[in-house]
Design a protein around this ligand. Structure first.
Ligand SMILES: [Zn+2]
Length: 165
C-alpha cells in the first residue's frame, strides 16, 4: 500500500517508554532486571533471553507511540514512530538521548510537553500483522514533518558535550 500523508496534531506521546534496548551481541530486545549503580548502563542490569545472560552492552532504539488528531479533529488515531522518524524530529539518536537522560531525569517529561500540540504532516504506512489469529494492524510513521517551517529539532542546540560537568 502506498504511503499516506496525514495532517495531524500530536495529542499524546508516550516518552517514558520511547527508548528500547537491544543486546549488542544478538540484537534482540533486552529487559532491565536489577539496579546496580556500578554499571555504566545507567545503574540498570539488563538480561538477554536469547543469549541467556546478563548484558551490560547494548544498543538503544526509539519506539514512540503517539496519539494524533486527524481530519480536522474528527478522528483520533494511534501511531508508532521508530528510529529515523523520531531522530529527525528530536535531532538526536536514542543512544544520545539515553545519555542526556542520565544527567537530567526530567528530560522525557519536557520532551513530551514539547511534542504535545505539535502540528505536523505524517507519512504513514499500515502494517498488517496477525498475532495468534488476532488482527493486529499498526500504523507506522515513516516521517514526521512539523507544519511550522520554523520548527527546530528539540535537541538541535543541545550537544551532549555541553552537558558534561
Ligand atoms: Zn543477546
Amino acid at each position: 500500500m502506498a504511503p499516506v500523508i496525514l495532517h495531524a496534531i500530536i495529542l499524546q506521546a508516550t516518552s517514558r517508554s520511547m527508548i528500547f534496548r537491544k543486546c549488542a551481541t544478538c540484537k534482540s530486545r533486552i529487559v532491565g532486571i536489577a539496579h546496580n549503580h556500578e554499571l555504566r548502563s545507567a545503574g540498570v542490569l539488563y538480561y538477554c533471553v536469547e543469549c541467556n545472560k546478563e548484558v551490560d552492552e547494548y544498543q538503544s532504539n526509539y519506539e514512540l507511540p503517539m496519539t494524533v488528531s486527524v481530519l480536522n479533529g474528527e478522528k483520533v488515531q494511534n501511531i508508532v514512530a521508530y528510529d529515523r522518524a523520531v531522530e529527525l524530529l528530536l535531532g538526536c539518536n536514542a543512544n544520545r538521548l539515553g545519555e542526556l537522560m542520565l544527567k537530567d531525569t526530567a528530560i522525557l517529561d519536557e520532551l513530551e510537553e514539547q511534542l504535545i500540540g505539535t502540528r505536523c504532516h505524517l507519512v504513514i504506512r499500515q502494517e498488517k500483522k496477525k498475532n495468534k489469529g488476532k488482527k493486529n494492524d499498526r500504523t507506522i510513521v515513516e516521517a514526521i514533518i512539523p507544519a511550522n517551517p520554523l520548527f527546530m529539532p528539540l535537541f538541535a542546540n543541545n550537544e551532549v558535550e555541553s552537558w558534561e560537568p
